[in-house]
Design a protein around this ligand. Structure first.
Ligand SMILES: NC(=O)c1ccc[n+]([C@@H]2O[C@H](COP(=O)([O-])OP(=O)(O)OC[C@H]3O[C@@H](n4cnc5c(N)ncnc54)[C@H](O)[C@@H]3O)[C@@H](O)[C@H]2O)c1
Length: 462
């Protein structure tokens, strides 16, 4: 194929875009400055990009512009360092026009009936579409069902005439049909794969999947992410990248459900599930260890599988693994509450009036995130049984009202552990002194195996 003049123009266009990335003159806009968007903004700032963060939450914008962080694991100093590279936050979406790349990191929760709540993604793209211009790269990072990038992002931009005929693009050089290219916004999907609280794998070492809507979008997104992540993985379509993210989280959800079920079987047979998992993990192939717990929480594992079930139904497909895993994981708080009741009774205390201290309310160790936390469900169950429940969590001085809970409690000190009928470990934060907890408590219910190093008749593992 001989390149036409406009094909040559297209090559120059993408080359100058890539050069902007290389030279760090490309401006990066990040929409949604939460657990995903803020660290991402700081990562790009560290690599000397001039980053603008966009959020509708005026309080977050104010904090960041004053050099403060509202996420526990991010220091204010880190935000101040980013400011020196030009980072600032704003709620003025007209500034999208001056960005070269726009990365969308807004929430994708569920409605009450477990169907996807796409309102944040829709509001975002509707809000920015009027400011988008040809040659910009728009990447959706929010976890979502396969087809979202095309059905919502591209379709909305198309209504403003900014992505034209992109699905028929691609020539021998993989650069696409140039006339359409030049007029269009480049669109891609790149899922966020961060593991909050994981201090072992730095974020830049997690390979970044990129599925562009055409070859030019993939090339642009790979170049951008390749300047902050060590590895990028090109995918054939945004839908393939969307599905990959769901597979990863569903794989996790199903395997956690499996070990949660195995835990209950082991317990009724008097076998130690933790010993079994650790022994199985010595096999050099064919087994990956997952660990049981009080149930799953966070923005991802309890939510994302339902995105696929919802979409799969539209294709007449059933998702039996997903539903079964959801059922087992959702039953775990009840299992922990029942174990607590039985252990108290064996100690001569009935649940009504029992004083119970729950350790850790975050959904997992060492994170300041309460979303979908099983601890909240367990507290409500024990309260319904008329126990007096207190909690301690270094990340949450108080717990109020949320999507699925209404507690209004303040974190209790650990000074008088012996005053509680039992201490229930729900979240195994690493700051806890478990030796002291076992020594000073009258009864310890451990749903995380946090007390594995200690032998005591006071400990009930569940
Ligand atoms: N938290 C995680 O560990 C994690 C990991 C992988 C993927 N994800 C996915 O990343 C996405 C974001 O999750 P999160 O945990 O960062 O959510 P979050 O709630 O912490 O942050 C989202 C931010 O978006 C802002 N926002 C909402 N609507 C907006 C709009 N129209 N315009 C601008 N800003 C808007 C909110 O004010 C908030 O600051 C979700 O799809 C989630 O599933 C999260």
């Amino acid at each position: 194929m001989t390149p036409s003049n406009s094909a040559i123009a297209s090559v120059i266009e993408i080359e100058s875009w890539l050069e902007g990335v290389e030279q760090r003159t490309a401006r990066v806009g990040i929409i949604g400055l939460g657990y995903v968007g803020l660290p991402l903004a700081l990562l790009f700032s560290e690599e000397r990009f001039r980053v603008t963060g966009f959020d509708i939450d005026a309080e977050k914008v104010r904090s960041l512009n004053e050099g403060e962080s509202y996420i526990h694991r991010i220091e204010g100093d880190h935000v101040c360092a980013a400011q020196k590279s030009g980072f600032r936050a704003t709620s003025n979406f007209a500034e999208i026009a001056s960005m070269d790349a726009v990365l969308i990191c807004v929430p994708t929760p569920l409605h009450e009936d477990h169907t996807p709540d796409m309102s944040y993604v829709v509001a975002t793209i509707e809000g920015i579409a009027p400011y988008l211009r040809a040659g910009q790269l728009v990447v959706l990072e929010s976890t979502t069902y396969p087809g979202t990038t095309e059905e919502i992002i591209v379709a909305t931009i198309n209504r403003y005439g900014r992505v034209r005929n992109v699905s028929v693009l691609r020539d021998d050089a993989g650069l696409g049909e140039p006339e359409d290219d030049l007029d269009g916004v480049m669109v891609a999907f790149s899922p966020e794969r961060e593991d909050p609280g994981n201090m072992v794998t730095p974020r830049r070492d997690i390979p970044k999947l990129v599925g562009g809507f055409d070859a030019r979008a993939t090339a642009a997104a790979r170049a951008l992410y390749g300047s902050v992540f060590r590895t990028t993985v090109a995918m054939s379509t945004p839908a393939a990248a969307e599905m990959t993210k769901l597979l990863e989280n569903i794989y996790r959800c199903v395997n956690i459900a499996l070990v949660n079920e195995m835990k209950q079987i082991c317990q009724s047979m008097g076998v130690d599930i933790w010993e079994v998992i650790n022994a199985a993990a010595t096999k050099p192939f064919g087994f990956q260890a997952f660990y049981p717990g009080p149930g799953v929480g966070g923005h991802c594992i309890p939510v994302d599988p339902f995105y696929l079930s919802w979409k799969a139904k539209q294709f007449g497909c059933s998702t039996r693994f997903i539903e079964l895993a959801g059922e087992v994981n959702e039953s775990m708080p009840e299992y922990v509450a029942q174990t607590t009741v039985r252990a108290l009774e064996r100690n001569g205390t009935s649940l009504p009036g029992a004083k119970i201290l729950v350790l850790g309310v975050a959904y997992k160790a060492d994170v300041d995130d309460l979303r979908e936390s099983p601890a909240l469900t367990i507290i409500e169950m024990l309260q319904k049984g008329q126990a007096t429940v207190s909690y301690n969590d270094p990340y949450f001085p108080a717990v109020g009202h949320g999507r699925k809970y209404d507690l209004h409690l303040e974190s209790t000190s650990l000074d008088d552990l012996g005053s509680f009928d039992c201490v229930l470990i729900v979240t195994d934060h690493s700051v806890y002194d478990y030796e002291r907890i076992v020594r000073e408590s009258r009864l310890v219910i451990d749903s995380r195996n946090a007390t594995r190093s200690f032998e005591s008749s006071k400990i009930v593992r569940c």
